[in-house]
Design a protein around this ligand. Structure first.
Ligand code: NAI
Ligand code: HPV
Length: 389
């Protein structure tokens, strides 16, 4: 029986991927084989030694100490693109909220709840509406920072709304570039995007290069009166810089998924409670994808959509499979192959891939490996994780 510890609200369609005969899944597993979570912060948690993998049902992995886990041989997965449409649709809402006084006008209408006379109410509605007018999106320019799964969808949607779209992504993958309309204009640097955009939307991960990158300097490059949408991570912006840009009018609205006590106080901050991925569809997509990836790893040793290990996947050719991870240095695989040869064990198929400092190997063999053989492999210098699956 394998065990999975869960955190957060994981969609049942995802949890149901774990067959009851083979898996126990709950929030209370003391020594789980793997962890399945959403936004729970793991930085302060001490993981039991039993944990082989952590799957984030979602995109951002800044709640997971990935580098520490890599050193411990723990494979970290996420679910690329599985919630992108949900975020794209909340960006659409954010664009509209930033262009017309929608949320403020709704508050105004709610404030009229004690006006019981319909004629009187109509007069107040008509008199009040001029305070909440706005502009249209068509013809305006949207700057999209980060053109991955979400950014590309947002860029393409904005084009279909008749907006001009500028994109900035210095690390754009070839695959992501294929998803992007050729009508998106490339900005050579962040400031070039900020100075030309009426709306700016952020879709980058919170990593060293992006934490606090929307700071006073960025705001001085920003077009006067632009609107900033941040459904990516609160850490991307310098909060004081946002507040002072709102105060001076440089920024007309800050629309974000990450409230803070100071931002809530500001009348031109429009804040959601981290709602970007909270749709039935996205929650199911993420949970199913994360669960399937964990199952394939635990049962077959395959690694797909890891953020710290190479992608390694091989069809099963025999019932006996050894997987092992090692420091990415020469000769390790050769030594393991020699161990098998010395024991007259026939290798049917083999795959070896590396990523940065790590190499990962899958070897299908003709007979069941003994505990002694697995221990011998574990003893090879630079090998740090061995399994028979
Ligand atoms: N509010 C919410 O509920 C959600 C928030 N997110 C956030 O959105 C982020 C992006 O998600 P995806 O688009 O799915 O990820 P992704 O990995 O598909 O795309 C991220 C893009 O950012 C680019 N990038 C990295 N550093 C950059 C930099 N310094 N400047 C410009 N571009 C840079 C990458 O090249 C990549 O194309 C996640 O990391 C997460 O923090 C994601 C899903 C839901
Ligand atoms: O996928 C992401 O990066 C998200 O921020 C979604 O977070 P959640 O799963 O809603 O806690």
């Amino acid at each position: 029986m394998k065990t999975i510890r869960t955190y957060n609200n994981i969609a049942s369609k995802g949890l149901n991927q774990f067959l009851k005969d083979s898996y126990r899944v709950s929030a209370d597993e003391a020594e789980p084989d793997a962890i399945l979570l959403r936004s729970q912060k793991l930085h302060e948690e001490k993981l039991p030694k039993s944990v082989l993998a952590v799957a984030r049902a979602g995109a951002g992995v800044n709640n997971i100490p990935v580098n520490d886990y890599t050193r411990q041989g723990i494979v970290v997965f996420n679910t690329p693109g599985a919630n992108a449409n949900a975020v794209k649709e909340l960006v659409l809402a954010s664009l509209l909220l930033g262009s017309r006084g929608i949320s403020q006008s709704m508050q105004y209408v709610n404030s009229l709840a004690d006006v019981t006379d319909a004629h009187e109410l109509h007069k107040k509605v008509e008199a009040g509406k001029k305070a909440y007018g706005g502009g249209e999106l068509e013809g305006k320019t949207l700057g999209v920072v980060g053109l991955g799964a979400i950014g590309a969808k947002v860029a393409n949607l904005a084009l279909s709304l008749g907006m001009n779209v500028i994109g900035y992504d210095p690390k754009l993958s070839v695959e992501a570039a294929w998803r992007l309309s050729s009508d998106v204009v490339k900005a050579d640097n962040l400031n070039a995007l900020l100075s030309r955009s009426d709306y700016v939307t952020l879709h980058v991960p919170a990593v060293e290069a992006t934490i606090g990158f929307i700071n006073n300097e960025a705001f001085s490059a920003l077009k006067q009166g632009a609107k900033l949408i941040n459904l990516a991570r609160g850490e991307l912006v310098d909060e004081d810089a946002v507040l002072s840009a709102l105060d001076t009018g440089k920024l007309s609205y800050y629309i974000a998924d990450f409230p803070t006590p100071k931002l809530i106080e500001h009348e031109r901050a429009i804040l959601f409670p981290h709602l970007g991925a909270s749709t039935v569809e996205a929650e199911e997509n993420c949970a199913i994808m994360a669960a399937k990836q964990l199952i394939d790893f635990l049962e077959n040793g395959n690694i797909v959509n890891s953020v710290n290990f190479p992608t390694v996947s091989m069809e099963r050719t025999t019932g006996y499979r050894i997987t092992f991870a090692n420091d990415n240095v020469p000769k390790v695989l050769g030594i393991v192959i020699n161990l098998l040869a010395d024991l007259n064990i026939n290798v049917i198929d083999i795959v070896n891939k590396s990523r940065d400092d790590i190499a990962y190997n899958i070897i299908d063999i003709e007979q069941r490996p003994t505990a002694e053989l697995l221990q011998q492999i574990a003893n090879v210098e630079h090998v740090f994780q061995v399994r028979c699956v």
